[in-house]
Design a protein around this ligand. Sequence first.
Ligand SMILES: [Zn+2]
Length: 78
Amino acid sequence: MYTEFIIIYIGLALNLVLTSIALFFAAKGKTGGKKRGKRRSKNSFDDQSSGVITICKKCALQYDANLKKCPGCGTPKK
Ligand SMILES: [Zn+2]
């Protein structure tokens, strides 16, 4: 009789521990999501420019190497 009750109490205690652990990891997962958002902003920056800069020979303007001509004076890139 008593051993059956003990088993039930142990089961309830385990359930409480498992749910608290699950909640703890769920809270951790939320903070990880914020870090992923920062990575996305970095990727969008990479899409905008190649990181290589060309200097115009005519007006000395520094512009992205992806552009075919100078945005300042319109001189085509060599
Ligand atoms: Zn130019």
